[in-house]
Design a protein around this ligand. Structure first.
Ligand code: PEP
Ligand code: MN
Length: 444
Protein backbone atom coordinates (compact mmCIF):
# COMPACT_ATOMS: atom_id res chain seq x y z
CA UNK A 1 0.00 0.00 0.00
CA UNK A 2 2.14 2.81 -1.32
CA UNK A 3 1.52 6.53 -0.91
CA UNK A 4 -1.93 7.80 -1.75
CA UNK A 5 -1.84 9.58 -5.13
CA UNK A 6 -2.91 13.23 -5.11
CA UNK A 7 -6.33 14.26 -6.35
CA UNK A 8 -4.64 15.76 -9.41
CA UNK A 9 -2.87 12.50 -10.16
CA UNK A 10 -6.14 10.61 -9.94
CA UNK A 11 -7.86 13.06 -12.25
CA UNK A 12 -4.96 12.75 -14.68
CA UNK A 13 -5.68 9.02 -14.91
CA UNK A 14 -9.24 9.92 -15.85
CA UNK A 15 -12.10 9.35 -13.43
CA UNK A 16 -15.40 8.30 -14.93
CA UNK A 17 -18.81 9.48 -13.71
CA UNK A 18 -17.59 12.78 -12.27
CA UNK A 19 -19.72 15.94 -12.29
CA UNK A 20 -18.70 18.92 -14.45
CA UNK A 21 -18.30 21.64 -11.83
CA UNK A 22 -18.24 25.16 -13.25
CA UNK A 23 -16.56 26.84 -10.27
CA UNK A 24 -13.13 25.26 -9.65
CA UNK A 25 -12.29 27.71 -6.86
CA UNK A 26 -15.42 26.83 -4.91
CA UNK A 27 -14.71 23.13 -5.44
CA UNK A 28 -11.12 23.50 -4.20
CA UNK A 29 -12.29 25.43 -1.14
CA UNK A 30 -14.80 22.69 -0.35
CA UNK A 31 -12.13 20.00 -0.60
CA UNK A 32 -9.85 21.96 1.71
CA UNK A 33 -12.67 22.34 4.22
CA UNK A 34 -13.51 18.62 4.07
CA UNK A 35 -9.88 17.75 4.74
CA UNK A 36 -10.08 19.54 8.09
CA UNK A 37 -13.26 17.83 9.31
CA UNK A 38 -13.11 14.95 11.80
CA UNK A 39 -13.37 11.35 10.61
CA UNK A 40 -16.85 9.81 10.54
CA UNK A 41 -15.50 6.34 11.26
CA UNK A 42 -12.32 5.03 12.79
CA UNK A 43 -9.71 2.92 11.05
CA UNK A 44 -9.94 0.39 13.87
CA UNK A 45 -13.65 -0.10 13.16
CA UNK A 46 -12.85 -0.65 9.48
CA UNK A 47 -10.35 -3.34 10.48
CA UNK A 48 -12.95 -4.95 12.72
CA UNK A 49 -15.38 -5.10 9.80
CA UNK A 50 -12.62 -6.53 7.62
CA UNK A 51 -12.15 -9.37 10.09
CA UNK A 52 -15.89 -10.06 10.03
CA UNK A 53 -15.99 -10.10 6.25
CA UNK A 54 -13.07 -12.52 6.32
CA UNK A 55 -15.15 -14.74 8.62
CA UNK A 56 -18.06 -14.50 6.16
CA UNK A 57 -15.78 -15.56 3.31
CA UNK A 58 -15.02 -18.72 5.29
CA UNK A 59 -18.70 -19.38 6.00
CA UNK A 60 -18.39 -18.35 9.65
CA UNK A 61 -20.61 -15.27 9.26
CA UNK A 62 -23.10 -13.93 6.74
CA UNK A 63 -23.18 -10.38 5.36
CA UNK A 64 -26.40 -8.40 5.06
CA UNK A 65 -25.82 -5.16 3.20
CA UNK A 66 -28.88 -3.00 2.67
CA UNK A 67 -30.42 0.42 2.45
CA UNK A 68 -31.27 3.04 -0.12
CA UNK A 69 -30.05 3.10 -3.67
CA UNK A 70 -29.55 6.81 -3.09
CA UNK A 71 -29.98 8.62 0.20
CA UNK A 72 -31.39 12.14 0.02
CA UNK A 73 -30.90 15.09 2.35
CA UNK A 74 -34.64 15.55 2.98
CA UNK A 75 -34.94 11.92 4.02
CA UNK A 76 -32.02 12.00 6.45
CA UNK A 77 -34.52 12.23 9.30
CA UNK A 78 -34.70 10.39 12.60
CA UNK A 79 -37.85 8.49 11.57
CA UNK A 80 -36.40 7.38 8.30
CA UNK A 81 -33.11 6.25 9.73
CA UNK A 82 -34.86 4.40 12.55
CA UNK A 83 -37.20 2.60 10.15
CA UNK A 84 -34.35 1.59 7.88
CA UNK A 85 -32.27 0.35 10.76
CA UNK A 86 -35.19 -1.48 12.30
CA UNK A 87 -36.01 -3.45 9.17
CA UNK A 88 -32.35 -4.38 8.64
CA UNK A 89 -32.08 -5.58 12.24
CA UNK A 90 -35.29 -7.58 11.82
CA UNK A 91 -33.91 -9.20 8.67
CA UNK A 92 -30.63 -9.90 10.44
CA UNK A 93 -32.30 -11.80 13.30
CA UNK A 94 -34.10 -14.11 10.90
CA UNK A 95 -30.94 -14.70 8.88
CA UNK A 96 -28.84 -15.27 11.98
CA UNK A 97 -31.21 -17.97 13.15
CA UNK A 98 -31.28 -19.67 9.77
CA UNK A 99 -27.58 -19.43 9.04
CA UNK A 100 -26.53 -20.22 12.62
CA UNK A 101 -23.70 -17.75 12.26
CA UNK A 102 -23.39 -14.05 13.11
CA UNK A 103 -24.86 -11.68 10.53
CA UNK A 104 -22.59 -8.79 9.63
CA UNK A 105 -24.85 -5.77 9.26
CA UNK A 106 -23.73 -3.16 6.73
CA UNK A 107 -25.99 -0.25 5.82
CA UNK A 108 -26.04 1.52 2.51
CA UNK A 109 -26.34 4.66 4.56
CA UNK A 110 -24.54 7.65 6.06
CA UNK A 111 -22.77 8.45 2.79
CA UNK A 112 -24.68 6.85 -0.08
CA UNK A 113 -25.40 10.16 -1.85
CA UNK A 114 -23.62 9.94 -5.22
CA UNK A 115 -24.91 8.00 -8.22
CA UNK A 116 -23.34 6.86 -11.47
CA UNK A 117 -25.69 7.43 -14.43
CA UNK A 118 -25.94 5.78 -17.82
CA UNK A 119 -26.32 9.19 -19.48
CA UNK A 120 -24.79 12.57 -18.61
CA UNK A 121 -28.01 14.36 -19.50
CA UNK A 122 -31.74 13.93 -19.14
CA UNK A 123 -34.24 15.18 -21.68
CA UNK A 124 -37.86 15.96 -20.97
CA UNK A 125 -39.79 17.25 -23.97
CA UNK A 126 -37.69 20.02 -25.49
CA UNK A 127 -35.47 20.49 -22.44
CA UNK A 128 -32.12 18.78 -21.84
CA UNK A 129 -30.35 19.20 -18.49
CA UNK A 130 -27.53 17.46 -16.62
CA UNK A 131 -28.66 14.11 -15.21
CA UNK A 132 -29.35 13.88 -11.49
CA UNK A 133 -26.21 12.38 -9.94
CA UNK A 134 -27.37 12.13 -6.37
CA UNK A 135 -27.80 14.78 -3.69
CA UNK A 136 -24.00 14.88 -3.33
CA UNK A 137 -23.87 16.55 -6.74
CA UNK A 138 -27.10 18.27 -7.74
CA UNK A 139 -30.82 18.46 -7.09
CA UNK A 140 -33.47 16.04 -8.34
CA UNK A 141 -35.79 18.84 -9.42
CA UNK A 142 -35.72 19.27 -13.18
CA UNK A 143 -34.59 22.90 -13.47
CA UNK A 144 -31.26 24.33 -14.65
CA UNK A 145 -30.52 25.79 -11.20
CA UNK A 146 -31.21 22.54 -9.39
CA UNK A 147 -29.33 20.33 -11.83
CA UNK A 148 -26.19 22.46 -11.75
CA UNK A 149 -23.47 20.54 -9.82
CA UNK A 150 -22.83 22.44 -6.59
CA UNK A 151 -19.64 21.75 -4.57
CA UNK A 152 -21.32 22.93 -1.36
CA UNK A 153 -23.31 19.69 -1.48
CA UNK A 154 -20.17 17.71 -0.62
CA UNK A 155 -20.13 19.42 2.76
CA UNK A 156 -23.83 18.70 3.11
CA UNK A 157 -23.05 15.01 2.51
CA UNK A 158 -20.51 15.10 5.31
CA UNK A 159 -22.95 16.67 7.77
CA UNK A 160 -25.91 14.51 6.79
CA UNK A 161 -23.70 11.41 7.10
CA UNK A 162 -22.42 12.54 10.49
CA UNK A 163 -25.91 12.99 11.90
CA UNK A 164 -27.17 9.71 10.44
CA UNK A 165 -24.22 7.81 11.82
CA UNK A 166 -24.62 9.46 15.20
CA UNK A 167 -28.20 8.28 15.35
CA UNK A 168 -27.28 4.78 14.19
CA UNK A 169 -24.62 4.53 16.87
CA UNK A 170 -27.12 5.65 19.51
CA UNK A 171 -29.79 3.19 18.34
CA UNK A 172 -27.46 0.22 18.08
CA UNK A 173 -25.78 0.64 21.44
CA UNK A 174 -28.51 2.31 23.46
CA UNK A 175 -30.93 -0.58 23.88
CA UNK A 176 -33.12 -0.02 20.81
CA UNK A 177 -31.51 -2.95 19.02
CA UNK A 178 -32.10 -5.40 21.89
CA UNK A 179 -32.52 -8.85 20.38
CA UNK A 180 -35.79 -9.56 22.18
CA UNK A 181 -37.20 -6.26 21.06
CA UNK A 182 -36.25 -6.96 17.44
CA UNK A 183 -37.78 -10.41 17.70
CA UNK A 184 -40.97 -8.85 19.08
CA UNK A 185 -41.21 -6.70 15.96
CA UNK A 186 -40.84 -9.83 13.84
CA UNK A 187 -43.53 -11.58 15.86
CA UNK A 188 -45.83 -8.62 15.26
CA UNK A 189 -45.17 -8.80 11.54
CA UNK A 190 -46.00 -12.51 11.55
CA UNK A 191 -49.12 -12.00 13.64
CA UNK A 192 -50.51 -8.86 12.10
CA UNK A 193 -49.85 -9.04 8.41
CA UNK A 194 -51.37 -11.52 5.95
CA UNK A 195 -47.94 -11.91 4.33
CA UNK A 196 -46.28 -12.51 7.67
CA UNK A 197 -48.53 -15.47 8.50
CA UNK A 198 -46.58 -17.67 6.09
CA UNK A 199 -43.55 -17.34 8.32
CA UNK A 200 -45.24 -18.20 11.58
CA UNK A 201 -43.40 -21.50 11.97
CA UNK A 202 -39.94 -20.00 11.74
CA UNK A 203 -40.82 -17.09 14.00
CA UNK A 204 -42.09 -19.59 16.56
CA UNK A 205 -38.81 -21.53 16.38
CA UNK A 206 -36.85 -18.34 17.03
CA UNK A 207 -39.19 -17.60 19.90
CA UNK A 208 -38.48 -20.99 21.46
CA UNK A 209 -34.74 -20.50 21.08
CA UNK A 210 -34.94 -17.15 22.88
CA UNK A 211 -37.19 -18.53 25.61
CA UNK A 212 -34.68 -21.32 26.16
CA UNK A 213 -31.83 -18.83 26.46
CA UNK A 214 -33.83 -16.86 28.97
CA UNK A 215 -34.70 -19.99 30.95
CA UNK A 216 -31.06 -20.90 31.41
CA UNK A 217 -30.24 -17.35 32.42
CA UNK A 218 -28.15 -16.53 29.36
CA UNK A 219 -28.05 -12.82 28.83
CA UNK A 220 -24.94 -12.01 26.83
CA UNK A 221 -23.91 -8.49 25.96
CA UNK A 222 -24.67 -9.34 22.31
CA UNK A 223 -28.38 -9.41 23.14
CA UNK A 224 -28.39 -5.74 23.96
CA UNK A 225 -26.19 -4.11 21.39
CA UNK A 226 -25.29 -4.77 17.78
CA UNK A 227 -22.43 -3.83 15.52
CA UNK A 228 -23.61 -1.93 12.52
CA UNK A 229 -21.39 -0.59 9.76
CA UNK A 230 -21.81 2.07 7.11
CA UNK A 231 -21.02 1.72 3.42
CA UNK A 232 -21.39 3.62 0.18
CA UNK A 233 -20.17 3.66 -3.39
CA UNK A 234 -17.03 5.80 -3.31
CA UNK A 235 -17.69 7.61 -6.55
CA UNK A 236 -16.79 11.29 -6.27
CA UNK A 237 -13.03 11.74 -6.25
CA UNK A 238 -13.12 15.09 -4.43
CA UNK A 239 -15.16 13.81 -1.51
CA UNK A 240 -13.51 10.43 -1.12
CA UNK A 241 -9.99 11.79 -1.46
CA UNK A 242 -10.64 14.58 1.05
CA UNK A 243 -12.03 12.02 3.48
CA UNK A 244 -8.97 9.78 3.21
CA UNK A 245 -6.64 10.11 6.15
CA UNK A 246 -3.48 8.45 7.41
CA UNK A 247 -4.27 6.27 10.42
CA UNK A 248 -1.90 7.09 13.25
CA UNK A 249 -1.66 3.46 14.41
CA UNK A 250 -0.78 1.86 11.12
CA UNK A 251 0.31 4.89 9.08
CA UNK A 252 -1.89 3.63 6.27
CA UNK A 253 -4.54 5.62 4.37
CA UNK A 254 -8.16 4.86 5.26
CA UNK A 255 -11.31 6.35 3.82
CA UNK A 256 -12.90 7.61 7.03
CA UNK A 257 -16.26 8.55 5.49
CA UNK A 258 -17.57 4.96 5.74
CA UNK A 259 -16.47 1.61 7.06
CA UNK A 260 -16.74 -0.15 3.74
CA UNK A 261 -16.69 1.49 0.34
CA UNK A 262 -17.32 -0.12 -3.01
CA UNK A 263 -16.51 0.38 -6.68
CA UNK A 264 -19.54 0.46 -8.95
CA UNK A 265 -20.07 -1.54 -12.11
CA UNK A 266 -19.47 1.56 -14.24
CA UNK A 267 -16.17 2.62 -12.65
CA UNK A 268 -14.29 -0.66 -12.19
CA UNK A 269 -11.93 -0.23 -15.18
CA UNK A 270 -8.61 -1.80 -14.23
CA UNK A 271 -6.65 1.26 -15.41
CA UNK A 272 -9.21 3.78 -14.14
CA UNK A 273 -8.90 6.34 -11.36
CA UNK A 274 -11.33 4.56 -9.03
CA UNK A 275 -9.48 1.25 -9.01
CA UNK A 276 -6.22 3.16 -8.55
CA UNK A 277 -7.64 5.10 -5.58
CA UNK A 278 -9.14 1.98 -3.98
CA UNK A 279 -5.84 0.12 -4.30
CA UNK A 280 -4.31 2.61 -1.85
CA UNK A 281 -6.85 2.63 0.96
CA UNK A 282 -6.95 0.04 3.73
CA UNK A 283 -10.71 -0.26 4.28
CA UNK A 284 -12.58 -3.42 3.42
CA UNK A 285 -13.74 -2.74 -0.14
CA UNK A 286 -16.31 -4.10 -2.54
CA UNK A 287 -16.23 -4.31 -6.30
CA UNK A 288 -19.37 -4.89 -8.35
CA UNK A 289 -19.19 -7.51 -11.08
CA UNK A 290 -21.90 -7.67 -13.72
CA UNK A 291 -22.52 -10.19 -16.50
CA UNK A 292 -19.87 -8.56 -18.71
CA UNK A 293 -17.07 -9.24 -16.24
CA UNK A 294 -14.83 -12.11 -17.28
CA UNK A 295 -12.97 -14.37 -14.88
CA UNK A 296 -9.74 -12.72 -16.02
CA UNK A 297 -11.20 -9.28 -15.22
CA UNK A 298 -11.98 -10.53 -11.73
CA UNK A 299 -8.47 -11.93 -11.29
CA UNK A 300 -6.84 -8.73 -12.52
CA UNK A 301 -8.99 -6.62 -10.20
CA UNK A 302 -8.16 -8.85 -7.25
CA UNK A 303 -4.44 -8.65 -8.04
CA UNK A 304 -4.58 -4.86 -8.17
CA UNK A 305 -6.97 -4.32 -5.25
CA UNK A 306 -5.68 -6.98 -2.89
CA UNK A 307 -2.14 -7.91 -3.94
CA UNK A 308 -1.34 -9.48 -0.57
CA UNK A 309 -4.52 -11.60 -0.67
CA UNK A 310 -5.57 -10.27 2.72
CA UNK A 311 -8.73 -12.03 3.94
CA UNK A 312 -11.78 -9.73 4.23
CA UNK A 313 -10.17 -6.97 2.22
CA UNK A 314 -12.05 -7.62 -1.04
CA UNK A 315 -15.70 -8.47 -1.60
CA UNK A 316 -16.92 -9.25 -5.08
CA UNK A 317 -20.52 -8.12 -5.26
CA UNK A 318 -22.03 -9.93 -8.23
CA UNK A 319 -25.08 -8.50 -9.97
CA UNK A 320 -25.85 -10.75 -12.91
CA UNK A 321 -29.64 -10.77 -12.87
CA UNK A 322 -31.80 -13.80 -12.19
CA UNK A 323 -31.72 -14.83 -15.84
CA UNK A 324 -27.92 -14.89 -16.09
CA UNK A 325 -26.51 -15.83 -12.72
CA UNK A 326 -26.68 -19.62 -13.11
CA UNK A 327 -24.79 -19.50 -16.42
CA UNK A 328 -22.49 -16.58 -15.73
CA UNK A 329 -21.34 -16.87 -12.15
CA UNK A 330 -19.74 -20.34 -12.10
CA UNK A 331 -16.85 -19.44 -14.46
CA UNK A 332 -15.94 -16.48 -12.29
CA UNK A 333 -16.10 -18.27 -8.98
CA UNK A 334 -14.31 -21.33 -10.33
CA UNK A 335 -11.31 -19.47 -11.71
CA UNK A 336 -10.96 -17.06 -8.80
CA UNK A 337 -11.09 -20.00 -6.39
CA UNK A 338 -8.69 -22.11 -8.44
CA UNK A 339 -6.15 -19.28 -8.34
CA UNK A 340 -6.34 -19.21 -4.56
CA UNK A 341 -7.69 -15.65 -4.49
CA UNK A 342 -9.28 -14.73 -1.18
CA UNK A 343 -12.59 -12.90 -1.69
CA UNK A 344 -16.01 -12.75 -0.11
CA UNK A 345 -18.81 -13.36 -2.63
CA UNK A 346 -21.88 -11.25 -2.05
CA UNK A 347 -25.03 -11.39 -4.16
CA UNK A 348 -26.47 -8.03 -5.22
CA UNK A 349 -29.91 -9.36 -6.09
CA UNK A 350 -31.16 -6.01 -7.35
CA UNK A 351 -29.17 -4.36 -10.12
CA UNK A 352 -29.37 -7.11 -12.72
CA UNK A 353 -33.14 -7.23 -12.39
CA UNK A 354 -34.23 -3.68 -13.16
CA UNK A 355 -36.74 -2.97 -15.94
CA UNK A 356 -39.20 -0.28 -16.95
CA UNK A 357 -42.84 -0.99 -16.20
CA UNK A 358 -45.47 -0.27 -18.84
CA UNK A 359 -46.33 2.96 -17.02
CA UNK A 360 -42.75 4.19 -17.04
CA UNK A 361 -41.66 3.35 -13.49
CA UNK A 362 -38.25 1.80 -13.01
CA UNK A 363 -38.97 -1.40 -11.10
CA UNK A 364 -37.93 -4.96 -10.30
CA UNK A 365 -39.85 -8.17 -9.68
CA UNK A 366 -39.67 -9.50 -6.14
CA UNK A 367 -39.62 -13.00 -7.59
CA UNK A 368 -36.55 -12.20 -9.72
CA UNK A 369 -34.73 -10.82 -6.70
CA UNK A 370 -35.38 -14.05 -4.80
CA UNK A 371 -34.54 -16.18 -7.80
CA UNK A 372 -31.17 -14.47 -8.15
CA UNK A 373 -30.36 -15.25 -4.50
CA UNK A 374 -31.44 -18.86 -5.05
CA UNK A 375 -29.21 -19.03 -8.15
CA UNK A 376 -26.33 -17.59 -6.14
CA UNK A 377 -26.72 -20.28 -3.46
CA UNK A 378 -27.10 -23.00 -6.10
CA UNK A 379 -23.90 -21.98 -7.88
CA UNK A 380 -21.86 -21.83 -4.69
CA UNK A 381 -23.23 -25.11 -3.41
CA UNK A 382 -22.43 -26.84 -6.68
CA UNK A 383 -18.86 -25.53 -6.58
CA UNK A 384 -18.34 -26.08 -2.87
CA UNK A 385 -17.60 -22.37 -2.38
CA UNK A 386 -19.02 -19.96 0.18
CA UNK A 387 -21.96 -17.59 -0.41
CA UNK A 388 -20.88 -14.86 1.98
CA UNK A 389 -23.88 -12.56 1.91
CA UNK A 390 -26.51 -10.57 0.12
CA UNK A 391 -26.99 -6.93 -0.86
CA UNK A 392 -30.43 -5.38 -1.13
CA UNK A 393 -31.87 -1.96 -1.82
CA UNK A 394 -34.61 -1.48 0.72
CA UNK A 395 -36.36 0.86 3.08
CA UNK A 396 -38.29 0.51 6.31
CA UNK A 397 -41.27 2.33 4.84
CA UNK A 398 -44.29 1.06 2.95
CA UNK A 399 -43.28 2.34 -0.46
CA UNK A 400 -44.46 0.79 -3.73
CA UNK A 401 -41.44 0.47 -5.96
CA UNK A 402 -40.94 -3.26 -6.57
CA UNK A 403 -43.69 -5.42 -8.06
CA UNK A 404 -44.74 -8.81 -6.69
CA UNK A 405 -44.25 -10.32 -3.27
CA UNK A 406 -46.92 -11.50 -0.89
CA UNK A 407 -48.84 -8.24 -1.22
CA UNK A 408 -48.88 -8.82 -4.99
CA UNK A 409 -48.09 -5.27 -5.90
CA UNK A 410 -48.76 -4.79 -9.61
CA UNK A 411 -47.50 -2.18 -12.08
CA UNK A 412 -50.53 0.04 -11.51
CA UNK A 413 -49.82 -0.03 -7.80
CA UNK A 414 -46.34 1.46 -8.29
CA UNK A 415 -47.86 4.95 -8.62
CA UNK A 416 -49.31 4.76 -5.11
CA UNK A 417 -46.12 5.53 -3.23
CA UNK A 418 -43.05 5.58 -5.47
CA UNK A 419 -40.44 7.70 -3.66
CA UNK A 420 -37.01 6.51 -4.75
CA UNK A 421 -35.08 9.09 -6.76
CA UNK A 422 -33.02 6.42 -8.50
CA UNK A 423 -33.55 2.65 -8.12
CA UNK A 424 -36.63 0.84 -6.74
CA UNK A 425 -36.38 -0.54 -3.20
CA UNK A 426 -37.98 -3.40 -1.34
CA UNK A 427 -40.49 -1.98 1.11
CA UNK A 428 -40.75 -3.04 4.74
CA UNK A 429 -42.96 -6.07 4.15
CA UNK A 430 -41.01 -7.20 1.09
CA UNK A 431 -37.76 -6.89 3.06
CA UNK A 432 -39.03 -9.09 5.88
CA UNK A 433 -40.50 -11.53 3.43
CA UNK A 434 -37.18 -11.73 1.66
CA UNK A 435 -35.38 -12.41 4.94
CA UNK A 436 -37.69 -15.34 5.73
CA UNK A 437 -37.42 -16.72 2.20
CA UNK A 438 -33.63 -16.42 2.15
CA UNK A 439 -33.64 -18.05 5.58
CA UNK A 440 -35.40 -21.09 4.08
CA UNK A 441 -32.83 -21.19 1.29
CA UNK A 442 -30.01 -21.07 3.84
CA UNK A 443 -31.47 -24.03 5.69
CA UNK A 444 -32.34 -26.25 2.75
C1 PEP B 1 -25.93 0.64 -6.90
O1 PEP B 1 -25.47 -0.21 -6.12
O2 PEP B 1 -26.83 1.44 -6.61
C2 PEP B 1 -25.41 0.65 -8.31
C3 PEP B 1 -25.43 1.75 -9.05
O3 PEP B 1 -24.98 -0.55 -8.69
P1 PEP B 1 -24.10 -0.98 -9.94
O4 PEP B 1 -22.83 -0.21 -9.86
O5 PEP B 1 -23.90 -2.45 -9.73
O6 PEP B 1 -24.90 -0.68 -11.18
MN1 MN C 1 -29.05 1.24 -7.13
Amino acid sequence: MSTLPSLEQLHAIGAKQQPSYDDPAALAATVERLRTLPPLVFAGECDELKAKIAAASRGEAFILQGGDCAETFVDATADNTRNKLRVLLQMAVVLTYAASVPVVKVGRLAGQYAKPRSSDTETRGEVTLPAYRGDAVNGFEFTPESRRPDPQRLLDVYHASASTLNLVRAFTTGGYADLRQVHTWNSEFVRNSPVGQHYEAMAAEIDRALTFMQAIGADPEEFHRVDFYSSHEALLMEYEHAMTRIDSRTEKPYNVSGHMVWIGERTRQLDGAHVEYFSHISNPIGCKLGPNASADDALALAAKLNPTNEPGRLTFITRFGAAKIRDGLPALVEKVTAEGVDVAWVCDAMHGNTFEASNGYKTRRFEDVLDEVQGFFDVHRALGTVPAGILVENTGDDVTEIVGGGEELDEQGLAHRYESVVDPRLNRVQSLEMAFQVASMLRS
